[in-house]
Design a protein around this ligand. Structure first.
Ligand code: BG6
Length: 494
């Protein structure tokens, strides 16, 4: 099944089983997404819901939890809620899976034996749950039925951990049953990269080293770590954002055209691209990667604390909340085109974008005085917020002189499509129910992304976690500006 072969986008009969049903992700993202899918008519009377968690709840308690998470009344979801079942138990205990089997049997009259499991537990439980499901004989579909497992990042903590997790998952499920979520792939304008590049004749011919000077990918957040300090301490920006979200955006931006817009064609191209990213030598990391942590500062007029003062964070923490790096892609299309990426918390704004800077004309016929305000041409894909595309180029300033200035031609999704985009989870959960793996991460993609990140982790560990600092509300440490300045460039947002 692919993006275009199921235009109605209606899920087949299915039982949706949430592991971690009483947790934050379930209430914040999964249940509201399911309610919206019911509202849109994408799931209906043949959809059943089972929640599993350690918290002591009964079916009625779970139904109340769902109603609370959904918030506003949703008549289309009520019937599904009224049949929802809950299993209390340890994820490592066989009894839990005996109870799950009974619940599945009860639901199967409606959902015809199709099952989608969703792992919303702590990551340490991913492998355990998959193994227990396997031991209980709940992973192999019969006949034309399907059984799938949706799993959230982090996919391991390093290359080896990812491999161990994959081996465990593959003992229980085949790769085609696994749907690894990276919620950035559910964002409209990430998918729009495919449309922009491969549905238009004007961009692809210049999408290469002959015309592109450099590429910048920025994933900036104005929020700090909020209530996730404890989790974030052992994570850091490299693992939390670069290994997954940044690598996905980078792969879609730079990959070769897939022969078809379908799961494996796209994922093959992403893997090829990630494989072409140059792996840094340990002695290159110091020059090419900047690692930072936020101090206190002012964001949107409000004083905010330093990372080390956040709840759950050690006062001596060396965890990075900012990373900037320069990557190279060793292939014919991108040789010698620097790819700058950066991500950070407590930056001045929440903005994710890809900015492609084009080369200057070979010879500028205008005097340097007249062209002083001419910036390099740039194509900017705004992934969030204010999803859209801008093209910056030079024009003549009206008047007697031939003075040049850069201007921007803007397309904003909201101007043309007033309906706000669906939440990424809504899109991705429906895709998993339908069986469309196009926007999900294949196991070899995960490995390739770790391959790029691992030498950086290692170099930091060997060199005592070098750390720069930056005031909250600024664009990161000065070293991040220097990273591009030494190459004669500047960040598009700074
Ligand atoms: C998550 C990270 O994957 O993405 C968070 O764990 C981060 O730290 C979040 O805040 C950002 O997502 P979005 O959709 O708000 O850009």
């Amino acid at each position: 099944m692919d993006l275009i072969s199921n235009p109605q986008r209606h899920a087949p009969p299915v039982t949706f089983v949430i592991f971690g049903a009483s947790g934050d992700l379930t209430s914040r993202k999964i249940l509201p997404a399911l309610a919206n899918l019911a509202r849109a008519g994408s799931i209906g009377k043949d959809f059943s819901l089972i929640g599993i968690a350690r918290s002591e709840l009964d079916d009625q308690g779970f139904r109340e939890l769902i109603e609370k998470a959904v918030g506003s009344p949703c008549p289309e979801f009520e019937e599904i809620i009224s049949r929802a079942q809950y299993v209390t138990g340890e994820y490592t205990h066989p009894d839990t899976f005996v109870a799950l089997r009974e619940a599945l049997e009860k639901a199967s009259g409606v959902s015809m034996g199709n099952v989608t499991y969703y792992l919303a537990t702590i990551p340490e439980m991913f492998g355990e749950v998959a193994s227990e499901l396997n031991r209980a004989g709940l992973t192999k579909p019969e006949g034309d039925n399907f059984i799938r497992l949706v799993i959230e990042k982090p996919f391991g903590r390093d290359l080896q951990g990812a491999q161990v997790l994959d081996d465990t998952l593959h003992k229980a499920f085949s790769e085609s049953q696994l749907f690894r979520i990276d919620h950035y792939m559910g964002k409209e304008n990430v998918q729009n990269l495919l449309a922009l590049r491969f549905a238009n004749a004007i961009f692809e011919p210049i999408w290469n080293r002959r015309f592109v000077d450099s590429v910048q990918i920025t994933v900036a957040e104005s929020l700090g770590v909020e209530h996730r300090g404890g989790f974030y301490e052992s994570e850091g920006a490299l693992r939390d954002i670069v290994q997954n979200h940044v690598m996905q955006v980078l792969a879609l931006t730079l990959m070769e055209p897939p022969s078809r817009i379908e799961a494996d064609s796209i994922r093959d191209e992403k893997v090829k691209l990630l494989h072409a990213v140059e792996i840094m030598e340990p002695d290159q990391v110091g020059d090419r990667v900047v690692r930072g942590q936020y101090l206190g500062g002012i964001i949107e007029g409000k004083q905010v604390p330093a990372y080390r003062q956040e709840p759950g964070v050690s006062p001596n923490s060396t965890t990075e909340t900012f990373v900037a790096m320069k990557l190279n892609v060793d292939n014919w299309r991108w040789a010698n085109v620097p790819i700058y990426v950066r991500t950070g918390k407590r930056l001045p704004a929440r903005v994710t974008e890809v900015a492609m800077q084009f080369q200057r004309v070979p010879h500028l016929s205008f005097s340097s005085k007249l062209s002083r305000d001419l910036r390099p041409d740039m194509l900017i894909l705004r992934i969030q917020p204010d999803e859209g595309v801008s093209l910056n180029f030079g024009v003549k300033v009206p008047g007697p002189e031939f003075k040049l200035q850069s201007v921007s031609m803007d397309f904003s999704y909201s101007d043309v499509f007033p309906e706000p985009p669906a939440d990424a989870y809504e899109r991705l959960i429906l895709d998993a129910l339908i069986g469309d793996a196009t926007l999900f991460i294949r196991s070899d993609e995960v490995r390739q992304a770790w391959r790029i990140v691992e030498p950086i982790q290692k170099s930091w560990a060997d060199n005592g976690e070098p750390l720069s600092t930056y005031d909250s509300g600024t664009w990161g440490p000065v070293e991040a500006s220097r990273l591009v300045q030494v190459d004669g460039r500047s960040w598009h947002l700074s």
